[in-house]
Ligand binder design. Structure first.
Ligand code: BDR
Ligand code: CA
Length: 339
């Protein structure tokens, strides 16, 4: 059984990741910790509650986290990718293509658990202490909360079973600059700080997530066969698929489609052998023309190079059996609904 926390800025693909984790019998979701990113922290936290509510998982804890990056000024939110509400403008009152007027009310206040009294960083630390060696942190937003947790508890890397990060790219071009992926660009200092610690860390970046596309046919399958979960994924993905098809990684492709990004990090927890990794010291460029770029030492420099001494090795996913991951994702969500 994998005990996981998803650190998230939900987010259309974050929703897919949460649904996937909740649907799989080998995962126990201890909580969602929220962070700014795709939307502001208020929407992010509200969306986390809303998603759990729709998915029938109101008892899962939600701990609110960082509103801004560790060091740099916040960048604009990605409303052109995820909609103004972060969920493809599915909230009542949202206008397609326009920023949402406000985060949605929960469908049923009474059903929903209260927010955790602990903030995200403390929730992560407490969970790791309560389950030493068992917790996997699946970080699918800017890395501010996890970096903050590490600052507060430097022993965190030795307390967890793993840290799986959706972020960065090595050979694949970036999705927010020629070299940068969004989660790393949103808080490059946090990402770089994390990768300086000796975690059992794996990066699931654009090199693999841009290979695992979900077409409208796949997404419709969920809508038809996975109840409210499938309906939420289908409806929230309309805006996101439009973005991908008009200007993102699916531009020019025949069938409308999108990348499953964050759900691929959950896939790594469940099926690591569907991925190949390269290991090496990793850094994230904190400023300048390459800001947000993931730099990986693929040659294993053994002599002292400024900025690279004493960096532990991280594993970075470079290839994936995309069909296997996609089928597993779809089958898991559909069969959970049938149970
Ligand atoms: C990442 O950025 C966000 O927009 C997505 O939710 C995902 O975590 C992809 O670059
Ligand atoms: Ca995300």
């Amino acid at each position: 059984m994998h005990k996981i926390i998803i650190d998230t800025d939900p987010g259309v693909d974050d929703t897919m990741a949460i649904a996937y984790a909740l649907a799989h019998p080998d995962i126990e979701l201890l909580g969602l910790t929220t962070v700014f990113g795709n939307i502001n922290i208020d929407y992010s936290t509200r969306n986390a509650q809303y998603i759990l509510d729709v998915l029938g998982a109101e008892s899962v804890a939600v701990a609110r986290g960082a509103a801004i990056p560790l060091v740099q000024s916040p960048l604009p939110h990605a409303d052109f990718v995820h909609g103004g509400d972060g969920l493809g403008n599915v909230y009542p009152g949202s206008q397609p293509g326009a920023p949402a007027p406000g985060a949605a009310p929960l469908r049923s206040e009474a059903r929903h658990a209260q927010l955790e009294p602990l903030d995200a960083a403390d929730f992560i630390i407490r969970s790791a202490q309560e389950h030493p060696g068992e917790l996997t942190i699946v970080a699918v937003g800017p890395l501010t909360n996890v970096a903050e947790a590490l600052r507060r508890e430097p022993r965190l890397p030795s307390l967890v079973a793993g840290l799986v990060i959706m972020g960065g790219c090595v050979d694949e071009p970036g999705n927010v600059s020629p070299v940068a992926e969004a989660n790393f660009l949103n808080d490059p200092h946090a990402a770089d700080e994390l990768l300086a610690a000796d975690w059992p860390a794996t990066i699931v970046g654009l090199d693999v997530t841009h290979r695992i596309m979900l077409t409208d046919t796949h997404l419709k399958q969920l809508d038809d066969q996975a109840g409210e979960t499938g309906a939420l994924i289908w409806q929230s993905s309309r805006f996101y698929v439009d973005f991908y098809t008009q200007s993102g990684a699916a531009k020019g492709l025949d069938e409308p489609q999108c990348a499953m990004h964050d759900a691929a990090a959950v896939a790594y927890v469940l099926q690591p052998d569907a991925f190949t990794v390269e290991k090496g010291a990793a850094r994230v460029v904190p400023e300048g023309i390459a800001i947000g770029q993931l730099a990986l030492d693929r040659k294993g420099y053994t002599y002292a190079v400024p900025h690279w001494q004493d960096r532990p090795a991280s594993a970075v996913c470079m290839t994936v059996d995309a069909d296997r991951v996609r089928e597993h994702f779809l089958r898991t969500i559909i069969s959970h609904h049938r149970r």
